[in-house]
Structure formats: structure tokens, C-alpha cells
Design a protein around this ligand. Structure first.
Ligand SMILES: [Zn+2]
Ligand SMILES: [Zn+2]
Length: 225
């Protein structure tokens, strides 16, 4: 089939222009809250480019983080829409952006999507991180692994918890039964807030032998300046 026919649809945001392959017109794409400010290489919060205070005082288990966007309007709406209303064509949009901007710069052997507890998958019908990870892996010819790491703990939505409780809440949330000895791994997730779940998963992957773990996320919540 002609691929132009598959992607020739209107822009998801303005509905006035053709969306092209990303389902977003060039003007709406340019207006998104791109996270291009100098940032902490480890957790991606804005700094002068050096490692931030919280990474210095409590070193995360992940070695680096890349976020395409700040979790601000209208990207927050797009992600919520994608997560709850299953606008699955946005998985292609987000995956392609990650592939264009992040993937080519890294040396990664394995992509692991943020695992979702099976009860939550039943509630929602799909794992939003897996759908993006699947496409990023395919587009970059990197192996996808969505079975080695599982979420064993059913936790309340992190948004309802205070920072310290988020960390406590995530403790022991994952289990990894694969041997990841020497692997360089990218975890794909939709939103990074405190990084507590990414950190706990990175810890689990390192305990399973991973030599390097980084976070590839669509959006990062950033402190308001
Ligand atoms: Zn538009
Ligand atoms: Zn940091």
C-alpha cells in the first residue's frame, strides 16, 4: 500500500492542516514544548549542563535521561489523550520523534518499555509505553524485551502521592528474571515525573547485570521557573 495514504491525515492538534507522517502539521510541531534547555545529563532537569544537586546527593541507578518535551500544554493533553483514549496513531508520532532525536546518538543493545502491572493493563487495555517502545525498536533495529522485567506490585497512581511516598511506593515494584549481563539498555516511558519508577526499574535491571541504563521519555515534568 502507498504509505502516503496511511499517514495522510489531519493534524491532531489544529485539525486545519494536513498532519503528514507525524499526524502533526509543521506549525503545531514547532510550537510543542521541546525540552532543549541545558540540563542534567543524568535526570534531564534544567541546569547549566552539569549534574544537578539531587543526582549528586543521591546518584540514580540510571546513567542518563533524554526527554523530548517538557510536560506542558499541549503535550500533556496529547499524552493523556494517547494514554486514556487510545489514539494509537500517536504512538507512531512519539516513536518517530524519539528515533529521530535520541536513538541515533546512543549505543543501545536492548529496549525495555516501562512495565505495567497486569491488573492495570486489564483496566486500560494496553501498555502505552510498550506501543512506543515496539516502534522505536523496529525503527532502529534494536532488540525489544518486554518480558524479562515485570511489575509485581500494583501501586496507586504516582500522581496522588507526595515525593517521599513515591519512592517508598516503588520499592520492590519490579522483578527481572532475565540475564541482562553486560547489556546497554534504554527504558522507554511516556512521562518522567520524579523519576522514582524509572530509578527503581533501573536498579532492578542493574541487579540483573545491565552495564548501562538510560531513560528515553516523551516528556519530563520540569520545575516551574
Ligand atoms: Zn496543526
Ligand atoms: Zn539530575
Amino acid at each position: 500500500m502507498n504509505s502516503r495514504l496511511i499517514f495522510k491525515q489531519i493534524c491532531t492538534l489544529c485539525a486545519n492542516h494536513e498532519g503528514g507522517e507525524l499526524s502533526l502539521c509543521p506549525a503545531c510541531l514547532a510550537d510543542l514544548p521541546w525540552h532543549s534547555a541545558p540540563q542534567c545529563p543524568q535526570c534531564a532537569i534544567p541546569t547549566d549542563g552539569s549534574i544537578c544537586g539531587s543526582c549528586l546527593s543521591a546518584t540514580p541507578y540510571f546513567d542518563a535521561s533524554y526527554a523530548l518535551f517538557a510536560y506542558d500544554y499541549p503535550l500533556d493533553r496529547l499524552l493523556q489523550h494517547y494514554k486514556y483514549q487510545e489514539t494509537l496513531h500517536l504512538a507512531h508520532t512519539f516513536a518517530t520523534l524519539l528515533s529521530n532525536q535520541v536513538a541515533p546518538k546512543q549505543h543501545i543493545d536492548l529496549i525495555i518499555p516501562m512495565p505495567m502491572h497486569r491488573t492495570r493493563i486489564k483496566e486500560r487495555g494496553f501498555n502505552q509505553a510498550l506501543e512506543i517502545a515496539r516502534l522505536v525498536a523496529k525503527q532502529n533495529n534494536i532488540k525489544l524485551d518486554y518480558t524479562s522485567a515485570i511489575r509485581t506490585k500494583y501501586t496507586p497512581p504516582q500522581a496522588s502521592l507526595a515525593f517521599k511516598d513515591r519512592i517508598k511506593n516503588m520499592r520492590g515494584a519490579f522483578n527481572c528474571h532475565g540475564n541482562l549481563q553486560g547489556f546497554s539498555i534504554a527504558i522507554v516511558d511516556d512521562v518522567m515525573t520524579t523519576g522514582a519508577s524509572l530509578n527503581e526499574l533501573a536498579k532492578t535491571l542493574k541487579q540483573a547485570g545491565a552495564s548501562h541504563v538510560e531513560c528515553w521519555v516523551i516528556a519530563r515534568t520540569l520545575p516551574k521557573s
